[in-house]
Design a protein around this ligand. Sequence first.
Ligand code: HEC
Length: 179
Amino acid sequence: MTKKILLAFCVALLTFGLVQYAFSFSTGIAGFSGMNGGNSCNNCHHSGVTPEVSIRGPQVVLPGGTQIYNLVISGGQETAGGLNVAVTEGSLLSLSDETKLINGEIAHTAPKTINQEGDVVFSYAWTAPVITGTVTMYGAGNSVNGNGSNSGDAAGLTTLSIVVMELNEKLYLPMIQRD
Ligand code: HEC
């Protein structure tokens, strides 16, 4: 009996894993933000020019507060891009149909074309945990050439440290730094 349940569980897990694997390529993929042992889009994507990737947004926030962040992909193929963002704590939120959540991580829904500056910018939000501390946001930005395959592309990784602190601590900090 226990064996049967275990078998059913394994089959379910495998099916779920395979389905996710089959549909998660150009339409978004999680687990490759750099948070999991440095695994990135470059596990599969290759032969492209590596872009500059950065995450921009508030680095000191209140517990439980929600803030907007941008992942910026500059240089690289200067055609289009995709992303994967993960955090050690708090919750990520999708803000438009350009992104979605997979296992609590942000992923693109389709390759996004560069803007007038030649960059690919994805916006999303993050709600801080209710406890104070330092959170790391991991981001992978894949600069792709739009050929519908994993060649001629390259990803860059970045991290952003965010300090979650109470308002009184926040006001006090500049005073400490001035000494
Ligand atoms: C397990 C292998 C694998 C990983 C890891 C992977 N991809 Fe892909 N990706 C593919 C394959 C294969 C294709 C082409 C087929 C398709 O579109 O499904 C692709 C296509 C794409 C495309 C369209 C490329 C183009 O030039 O048209 C984008 C955008 C993309 N992936 C983004 C990402 C991002 C962002 C990551 C990392 C967070 C990532 N991929 C990680 C296998 C992978």
